[in-house]
Design a protein around this ligand. Structure first.
Ligand code: GLN
Length: 483
């Protein structure tokens, strides 16, 4: 049952083979057994969770269930949820109880899904290994000496260890796709503006986007149906007709043009990862896709551009944690300035401080034109690369991350090598495009992700491309040993 798809679970609930309370208890039992070691969840609240499950059972009995009614989902701790502790992985918010629901949480609640708990993450979503979390690192269920990726590392480990049916994540530069790749699951970052950012704690607002992390593309399509849609409380939310993301599933891929960016297969890519990705591309050829080579010439600039723009936005967004309104406040201080300084010195971890320093620097008078403005201009060029590419192909394929899961501690003291984890994912955020990672096989026993990038609003087609691959392979159904 723990390996069942969302559709199968929905059918079991509808057919009364199991109740939502029973299903939820099953996951809670697994969490109690495995979470103390894996550390995927930061906050659990059995009472709230089981009350939601009981309400779902009533709804199912009344005959007005929706596809996810009664299904237990894990929520990344970046989403504010009413009555739930919401920390964003930071000491700053260690005791913060959500006074309202984020747009994404509201939608899952309305659909009758069950919130199993809040998952661990890099502090304020800054990181690629989940090691910057104030609540401790997360173990990769495939090899517990290795990181699960980040920043949505808790959600990824929870799905991989089958401690939930599916989970939410957020992706500013790769935080859904990279942990999905490192933990052997499917993860999708939608087109910027499709999922509400209301109540999703802001890191870099022009890049942040919420999306599903699940076992398969079919599961992700069902989650996308819930997670997306206009929200007037988010000024960057797009006003579009509601779509059904399952509508293309099952369509043959014959004639689909898939582009391989030559820059994604160059120096820096681990050879064993590259081999697995090539095998996945061969599978797509057999499925009838036409493979063409493309170029994204500005790829190499995406990391430097991101590490100007994302810290700039973060330094502004994180100015709200001042000890006055909410969150941590230093216990001892003599005046207001000292209160601010001590509060922020105590409440933020090193990586967050590094980003605030960089961001404040690049935005300051005298440096703004040289760094911030220049980065914005290159961001446009990066978006234009994709515009050109999508004249030659429908979908882009490549690796998600340059390596498989690395050892805990291996990159903790080397920020630049950590930042390079997102070399293939960041450009997608800078352009606002949708991107996803699906399991494509293993290198030395560790999962490898294939990245699938689509044009704006082309998620339904991407999901079908992933689904078609998952119909002829079983990588996505493999489970780590001993879980
Ligand atoms: N690893 C990148 C960073 O640290 C991306 C994180 C994310 O997508 N939230 O900024």
């Amino acid at each position: 049952m723990i390996n069942s798809s969302l559709k199968q679970l929905g059918a079991m609930l509808a057919g009364k083979q199991i109740s939502s309370v029973e299903l939820t208890q099953e996951f809670l039992k697994r969490i109690a057994q495995l979470n103390p070691d894996i550390n995927a969840y930061i906050t659990l609240d059995q009472e709230k969770t089981l009350a939601q499950a009981a309400a779902a059972d009533t709804r199912i009995a009344q005959g007005n269930a929706e596809p996810l009614t009664g299904i237990p989902i894990a929520q990344k701790d970046i989403f504010v949820a009413r009555g739930w502790r919401t920390t964003c992985g930071s000491k700053m918010l260690e005791n913060f109880i959500g006074p309202y629901d984020a747009g994404v949480i509201e939608r899952f609640d309305a659909a009758g899904a069950v919130n199993l708990g809040k998952t661990n993450m890099d502090e304020f979503a800054m990181g690629s290994s989940n090691e910057t979390s104030y609540f401790g690192s997360v173990k990769n269920p495939w090899d517990k000496t290795r990181v699960p990726g980040g920043s949505s590392g808790g959600s990824a480990a929870a799905v991989a260890a089958r401690l939930c049916a599916a989970a939410t994540g957020t992706d500013t530069g790769g935080s859904i796709r990279q942990p999905a790749a490192l933990c052997g699951l499917s993860g999708l970052k939608p087109t910027y503006g499709l999922a509400s950012r209301y109540g999703m704690i802001a890191f870099a607002s022009s890049l942040d986007q919420a999306g599903p992390m699940a076992k398969s593309c079919e599961d992700m399509a069902l989650m996308m149906n819930i997670m997306t849609g206009f929200d007037e409380r988010d000024s960057t939310s797009l006003q579009r007709e509601k779509e059904d993301y399952t509508r293309q599933l099952g369509k043959p891929l014959a004639g689909l043009k898939m582009g391989l960016p030559k820059e994604y297969f160059a120096e820096g890519l681990d050879a064993a990862v590259g081999k697995v990705v090539q095998e996945a591309i061969d599978e797509y050829r057999r499925l009838g896709a036409e493979i063409v080579e493309i170029s994204l010439p500005n790829t190499r600039l995406s990391i430097p551009v991101y590490y100007v723009l994302a810290p700039a936005e973060a330094s502004s967004n994180l100015s709200r944690y001042d000890g006055v309104r909410y969150g941590h406040r230093a216990a001892q201080y003599t005046d207001l300035m000292e209160m601010y300084c001590k509060t922020r010195a105590e409440g933020f971890g090193d990586e967050v401080k590094r980003r605030i320093l960089i961001g404040t620097y690049v935005l300051s008078a005298g440096y703004y034109d040289a760094y911030y403005l220049k980065a914005q201009q290159i961001r446009r060029l990066i978006a234009q690369d994709f515009e050109q590419a999508f004249k030659q192909c429908d979908i882009i394929l490549g690796p998600t991350a340059p390596s498989t899961a690395f050892k805990a501690g291996e990159k903790a003291d080397d920020p630049v090598s950590m930042y390079l984890q997102d070399i293939y994912t960041i450009a997608v955020n800078l352009a606002g495009l949708p991107g996803m990672s699906i399991p494509a096989g293993f290198a030395d026993g560790l999962p490898v992700g294939l990245q699938v990038i689509g044009n704006y609003f082309d998620e339904a087609r991407m999901l079908n491309a992933g689904h078609a691959y998952q119909q002829v392979t079983d990588w996505h159904l493999r489970m780590p040993e001993g879980i």
